[in-house]
Design a protein around this ligand. Sequence first.
Ligand SMILES: NC(=O)c1ccc[n+]([C@@H]2O[C@H](COP(=O)([O-])OP(=O)(O)OC[C@H]3O[C@@H](n4cnc5c(N)ncnc54)[C@H](OP(=O)(O)O)[C@@H]3O)[C@@H](O)[C@H]2O)c1
Length: 361
Amino acid sequence: MKKLKVGVIGGTGMVGQRFVSLLAEHPWFDLTVIAASARSAGKTYEEAIGDRWNIDVPMPDMARSIIVKDATADKEAIAAEVDFVFSAVDMKKDEIQALEEAYAKLECPVVSNNSAHRWTPDVPMVVPEINPEHLAVIADQRKRLGTKRGFIAVKSNCSLQSYVPALHPLKDEFGLEKVLVCTYQAISGAGKTFESWPEMVDNVIPYIGGEEEKSEQEPLKLWGRVEDGVIKTAESPAITAQCLRVPCSNGHMAAVFCSFAKKPTQEEILARWADFKGRPQELELPSAPKQFLQYFEEDNRPQTRLDRMREGGMGVNIGRLRPDTQYDYKFVCLSHNTLRGAAGGAVLLAELLTAEGYFDR
Ligand SMILES: NC(=O)c1ccc[n+]([C@@H]2O[C@H](COP(=O)([O-])OP(=O)(O)OC[C@H]3O[C@@H](n4cnc5c(N)ncnc54)[C@H](OP(=O)(O)O)[C@@H]3O)[C@@H](O)[C@H]2O)c1
């Protein structure tokens, strides 16, 4: 298979750096363009990054000398050069919406890490193991945009990447009715390190702007259905969330309580988790974890530092399943927020789009 040429817009940011490191040796994708703001444009990637390389793997050598382009001013040239772009820009919501739509209208598909288009009704928001069938709405989006090839597809917020996958294989069979979740979220989710956010050392901040609404509402779009050219959101389960920022570098933990119409046994839940496979596993996509949901028997697992990198940071880790006094069950889950929850999840989505023919010319 001929490799697809790929650009990363917002490639100098924290999520952009993850994209660059994941794409440097990707078997299907060739990273040929990195773009960011006018501040970085015209510099080599290494110069533009300066002392801002913030992730735990070295900058790939192939990226160092790439000349950074201006994501806005150079968009025509970028769209003409690549087969699709990943978007990880941090701008105002309406600016991101306009920029991503401009690329799509230039016939350059956009796989976005941003929240700007998550609620655009004909933009699929996809966790590849959960709702790959939502990609069908791209045909309707292309009609609206007047494009042959261009479209926008997005991934969901990082906070829900651990608990929605754990609930998914139980939801329909046992009638998931009610979920309460508390998330304990790493500082890289705010694009920060302990050096750039010293207030987070030895501290917990009980507020992450907008995160609780996303944690409660986005699962209902993931569990929705394509109808009349848009995604209709699911009406249940009822979800309530509290999201806390905790002093961890990477890895979002969630404590989950849930109730069902037909209460399963503990053994049934463990069996559904062990057996669960999604479309990425069937298609053997390059970034797909072999065992997506991993249950740990030990009472003190999963742990952020020990377990976030399982399956290259693409697995979801679960533990401490037990009955609850108010809900049917409670358990904890963990996923890597900048891998599975951000750049890695978007790369997996792009692999799915490739395998399903959405980038064909
Ligand atoms: N961090 C996470 O775990 C995470 C998870 C999910 C979603 N997100 C979302 O992903 C996006 C990026 O997050 P981040 O943490 O990587 O942010 P970041 O580190 O602040 O990086 C922002 C990127 O956007 C670029 N940018 C800013 N203004 C621009 C403009 N006017 N035109 C073009 N490019 C511009 C920056 O370029 P310069 O370097 O040239 O300024 C940089 O490449 C945000 O929308 C964030 O909400 C982040």
